[in-house]
Ligand binder design. Structure first.
Ligand code: HEM
Length: 497
């Protein structure tokens, strides 16, 4: 018996010594040049102290360690860019170096390194450029897209008219219509009301967003996926993700068999045209623009382009119920500028006629900070920042939340106040540190589409309806955890104006 105990203690002591030696070696080689930060425990690092809303922990750590600090997340050491000064010095002033994406287990599994969002270097650059080009070709930022978005907004208005004077949840109707905009743009596909495929897709996207959140423990300890019964939900996530790929591939195959040069009608058609052109230009060379990457790009558009826009809208409607004076001011502006006979259109916004509604949307972006830690970046080469040496491919987490709530940048940051964006000339202006879509060469490629959607959505719905929550006691603005932070489910009272 004693012999067994001694054996066990010898094994444990050896493991501790190995851990101490490797930690010391890591520290001598890299750690001592990194920004300071809290230590943590063997194997798990600082993870046990990290709130499920990690940006709140980073806010606390920033008070102790300043703009930039290191934190051990399992065996990985990450650098947190915790304020505007640090984000500007990296993602803006050294933007190309910081345009990398480090290894991130769930993203790696989900994207198969075929997407724009989780790639870097030349392949990412070319794929991103092509995606933006195809988005422009289908009319993003132009009248053609406005028609598609307006059609969906008419559907939402029709739906809400049938719910007049009732308490409703907006989530489903918003999700279906944002999804429909994307399907129309991507594959010229429309969904009928109550379409099962659309419902299924909504559930899949929501679940994927939860699984790829940065603080999923699988990202720091990938071996957890082998722990029974289902590896912390990892295998359900893999199956679901494969289903999304199947669904997208089916659409691509239909397009490939019907594709005719010069008759491109939607995003997939334009992308196929570019792949064919690329094949001609790279005869005999490796081809990095291919149908696999097209599937990856579609994954990006659906996963990154639905939940984000819907979540921003859901926060917005919640805030205007909690701050009813904001709703009144927006409606007054809409009544005075647009009149009661029509709905607002994009040119009303572009010509600066609706500064209050625009400022309200900016404040929703700031206050909700729906992607509080953005997507993780890494330097493509070892780089020096503020006297610290950050090795090539170290994960760098930008805390958009900390920037949006920094009292040195914003007056009373914890108050919802659209007026902060309106200048003396009654224009809505946003400073560079309002960065809901991030900043630098990896800035969100859906910014223009999301802005079009949110302007038309808030402008039209506030013009048509009054929204309120009669009993606010049960309402919380503490978010749920996913890759994006979402409001807890709520219902609001809809009344025709
Ligand atoms: C309110 C809505 C949205 C918000 C707040 C948002 C926010 C973001 C943020 C913070 C990033 C990370 C950028 C970085 O790594 O520095 C991002 C990336 C991305 N977003 Fe969005 N997004 C929104 C809507 C959309 C839409 C509508 C689409 C597409 C239809 C989209 C597609 C993408 C893609 C593909 C990337 C990866 C870009 C890259 O890695 O080069 N997003 N977004």
């Amino acid at each position: 018996m004693l012999g067994e105990y001694l054996k066990l203690w010898t094994i444990l002591a050896t493991l501790v010594v190995i851990w101490l030696l490797t930690s010391m070696w890591k520290w001598i080689k890299v750690g001592r040049y990194l920004p300071p930060g809290p230590w943590g425990l063997p194997v798990v690092g600082y993870l046990p102290w990290i709130n499920s809303l990690a940006f709140l922990t980073f806010e606390e750590l920033r008070k102790k360690y300043g703009s930039i600090f290191s934190v051990n997340l399992g065996p990985t050491t990450a650098v947190v860019l915790a304020d505007w000064k640090a984000i500007k010095a990296t993602l803006v002033d050294k933007s190309m170096i910081f345009s990398g994406r480090p290894y991130h287990h769930t993203f790696e599994t989900a994207t198969k390194r075929c997407t724009v969002s989780f790639n870097d270097g030349k392949v990412w650059h070319d794929q991103r450029r092509l995606t933006i080009k195809c988005l422009r070709k289908v009319g993003v930022g132009r009248t053609k897209m406005e028609e598609i978005v307006s059609h969906s907004i008419d559907n939402i208005i029709d739906h809400l008219k049938t719910k007049n004077n009732q308490m409703v949840s907006l989530e489903d109707v918003l999700f279906k219509n944002v999804m429909s905009i994307l399907w129309k743009m991507v594959a010229n596909k429309t969904f009928a009301d109550g379409d099962k495929e659309c419902d299924e897709f909504e559930k899949m996207v929501t679940q994927i967003m939860i699984s790829i959140r940065s603080n999923n423990p699988i990202n720091f300890m990938p071996w957890l996926r082998f722990i029974p019964p289902n590896g912390f939900g990892h295998w359900d996530f893999v199956a679901l993700n494969n289903k999304i790929y199947e669904f997208l591939n089916k659409q691509i195959n239909i397009h490939l068999s019907n594709w005719k040069e010069g008759l491109e009608d939607d995003f997939i058609d334009h992308y196929i045209a570019a792949i064919k052109e690329h094949e001609k230009q790279t005869l005999g060379e490796e081809k990095h623009l291919n149908t696999k990457r097209l599937t990856g790009t579609l994954w990006d558009l659906f996963v990154a382009g639905t939940d984000t826009t819907v979540t921003t809208a859901l926060w917005g409607f919640l805030y205007i119920c909690l701050w009813p004076e904001v709703q009144k001011k927006a409606q007054k502006e809409l009544d005075e500028v647009i009149g009661r006979e029509r709905l607002p259109c994009l040119s009303d916004f572009q010509s600066g006629k609706l500064p209050y509604v625009d400022a309200m949307i900016m404040e929703v972006h700031r206050f909700a900070s729906i992607v509080p830690l953005s997507l993780v970046h890494c330097p493509l080469d070892t780089v020096e920042i503020f006297g610290y040496k950050i090795p090539k491919r170290t994960p760098c987490i930008q805390s958009i939340y900390n920037v949006h709530f920094d009292p040195e940048l914003w007056v009373e940051p914890k108050t919802f106040n659209p007026e902060r964006f309106i200048n003396d000339k009654n224009e809505a202006k946003s400073p560079p540190y309002l960065m809901p879509f991030s900043i630098g060469p990896r800035i969100c490629i859906g910014e223009s589409l999301a802005t079009q959607e949110l302007r038309l959505l808030f402008g039209s719905l506030l013009h048509k309806f009054n929204f309120s929550i009669p009993n606010k006691q049960n309402i919380s603005i503490v978010p749920q955890v996913s890759l994006v932070v979402k409001p807890k489910p709520y219902k609001l009272l809809v009344q025709l104006r």
